[in-house]
Structures are given as structure tokens and as C-alpha cells.
Design a protein around this ligand. Sequence first.
Ligand SMILES: [Zn+2]
Length: 295
Amino acid sequence: MGSPTLRLLAIHAHPDDEASKGAATLARYAAEGHRVMVLTCTGGERGDILNPAMEKPGVLENLPAIRKEEMARSVAALGVEHRWLGYEDSGLPQGDPLPPLPEGCFALVPPEEAATSVIKVIREFKPHVIITYDENGGYPHPDHLKVHEASMIAWEKAGDPTFAPEAGEPWTPLKLYYTHGFIRQRMQIFHDLLIEEGKPSPYTSMLERYKRNKADIFARVTTQVECAKYFPQREESLRAHATQIDPAGAFFGTPSDVQAKYWPTEEFELAKTRVATTLPEDDLFAGIEEEGVER
Ligand SMILES: [Zn+2]
């Protein structure tokens, strides 16, 4: 008998977030025979077109439908299951003063209501492990902050039979991680390699931003998952989001094989656990099998 099938749920705000935050880890666990699901809370209706090649007639007008197709290609590349939560993208407010959030958007949904929608999925899929964003959303977008808020309520309440009984039979997840996709040290290595080769670096502006904002997210990482074998799938997942990701940008600044050599892992922070585990970890399921978990 091989190792048991466990279930992993990654909660994301927009189509494309799954490709840039822990994608190779999802591909790895799926390839190893576990069930992996991406839950996308909004349709990404208010995303900008970030790839000059996609600024052509018919794209912006049909963005919601195009992003659905992009998402389908992305999860197919990763070999994982997918669900839409069905909320509307809040957009990234810009300007001074900031404009109000659009009526009916995800960021304006009351926290308990958003959490109940997430709980419905949790009670049905029964994940042992949940991946979500930290208290800063990993990126200051109102939808990312809402994902964090809803996830944390769901972590507390999904197993509580008195909370939203209409949302299904209680299920208690065992671990909850924050994904930390933007590690300064990793980007610095890739930047230095390009400079050494006399090539332009697409990482310069991001590294400047880290200089101004001193918080070192790497200090919070508890868990590094080796997943270099799945970097080509991660790249395919990124490329699937053609309207959102510029092929000349930082995500494609370093080929997969070079990334595999210099930074073969993805990074997570164990934020909550109901099982015993030893830090640092190299496996999101560490400590779970030992519990003789319900499957
Ligand atoms: Zn997003």
C-alpha cells in the first residue's frame, strides 16, 4: 500500500493567483496521488490587461469569459481540481483619495457570509490542509485581505456543528498555511545572475520596493516544499493567464531549469495547526498521517 490520499485546498482571490503563489507545490501533491483543489473567490472581472500582446480588439470586452478559459488551462496544467466561489472582483482601487469599492464586490461581502461560502466548499471537499494568504493578503488588494479574513473564520468554524448547519456536515481541517510567493532573497539571486551575465533584470523594480518596505517575509517561512520537478507545470500555468502576465516580466525572467538549480522550493508559513509537527518542515502534510486521520 502506498501513502494515503490526503486533500489540500488552496484558496485564492483571482484567476492567476494560483499560478504565482505555490503552484508547483499543488502540482507535486496532485502528481503524488493526493486530491488538490484550487478555490478562486472572484472571477477577476476587474483585472487589467497586463500583457501588451493581449491589448487587441475583443479582449477587454470579453475579459470575464477569457479569464474563465485561462483558468481552465491553468488548472489543467497543474493537474488539480478547481471551483469558483462566484464573487465579483473588487478591483485594485487607485488614486488619492481612493475611490469607493464597487457595489456588490467581494471585498464588501460581510466576513461571516464570505466565510460561510468557503465553509460550504470545505465541508464538501474535506481538506486536511488549507493554504491561504497572510493578514496582509500577501499583496495589498482588498480581495486578498477578504480571502484571509474569510479563511480564518472558516478555519475556526468549519468543524463547528452549530455554525451555519445549512452549509453541510462539519469538517475540521488540520493545518492552515500562508503562502509566501515573493521572497526577496530568491529574487536577489535571480537578479544577480542576470546582472553577472550582462542581461537586463526584470526584478529591479520589485527589489527596490523591498528596500523601502523592510519586512523580511522569509523570516516567517516555516515550510519549504521541494517542487523543482514541477516548475515547467508552474510556468505553463502562468502562461495560461495570457491577459494577466507579461511574458517579458519578472515571472519569466529566469528559466525553470535555472530556478530549479538555485531555488528548488516554494515557501509557506504554518499559521495554524491541530496536529503535532516539527519546524522547519518540508511537507505540508507532515504530522497528519501520524494522527490516523479520518478520510
Ligand atoms: Zn489576486
